[in-house]
Design a protein around this ligand. Sequence first.
Ligand code: PLP
Length: 375
Amino acid sequence: MNKYPLAKPNIGQKEKTAVLKVLDSGSLSLGPVYQKFEKAFAKALGIKYACAVSSGTAGLHLALIAAGIKAGDEVITTPFSFVASANAILYVGAKPVFVDIDPLTYNLDASKIEEKINKKTKAILVVHIFGQPAEMKPILAIARINKLLIIEDACESLMASYRGKLAGTFGQSAVFAFYPNKQITTGEGGMIVTSSKNIYELCCSLRNQGRKQGSKWLDHDCLGYNYRLDEMSAALGLAQLEKISYLISKRREIASWYNQAIKPYNEIMQEPEIARGNTHSWFVYVIKIKNKKINRNQVMEKLETAGIFTKPYLPSIHLLGFYRKLFNYKPGDFPRSEEISRSSLALPFYIGLTKKDCFYIIKKIADIINENRKK
Ligand SMILES: *Cc1c(COP(=O)(O)O)cnc(C)c1O
């Protein structure tokens, strides 16, 4: 039986050679490679500065500190995200204020933002989920009128674009992540990008125990962290970045195979939709099971028995236990987010999947849904 994992990284000989070279150099942290990675990353995005960090979560934490978000502040964000985006707001003592999502892109619904703005609101943390950018034009306008900062969680959307402009280039800062299932990986790692020299320098200092770049060893002038990216990870990231256009074009090709395979089954499942003006960079391929009577979790279990590993992407953050406790959230608070959480399914998605695999996986899903429907 063929086995289809949910994700796997695409690591070639160049990556291996690059990591070994670092190991042989003896310079495993704070060497020359992470700075090369930063420069190449900034260039690939067409933005001025990039600051490498130990994870996407660490990057979000620092981006919020650098933005001056603190206890008592409110930050508007989406409940339909990986938990790290909302958690980072809690790290700085601020309150995440959720706004329901657009049913097309699964990102923040701009038309619902303004009713949540008050004197405490300082920023909008925009998440570009699954590889598709949020509707930035109205969000930018709301931010401008209400004097709010924009910070982007672009952890899932490297090289996706909105009206020709790359995700991660809209806000005061933006954060990318390089966990092994992302478009490029460093193992663990992340990157903050910004066009502000101030924000860049602050983030660089904060990730390195509060030490200004270029200042003397053990000279610390603010409360910092150790959120550095080591040299092996940076070397891996640099080698991955060099083949980014290959990686993204392969992901787009696999998504198009899945789309074709789903067409005959459009009555029972829906492929991901792309908003006009967006390009998608496919972090995951998520379908929606249309029939509400079908138990998605049962479908997942049967798929697993057949060697096909899927995941419910994503649970709505406001319904996670500790968010409910902290803020009294309950089912029904953000119905669109909850509806996608209930019916969505992330399919195996990685470079190496063939067109035949995609058709096989979709047929299997359709068979299982149809079986469940008859019962
Ligand atoms: C992956 C991810 C993160 C966090 O990245 P880590 O590197 O795992 O800390 C944050 N937000 C979103 C939306 C993500 O998908």
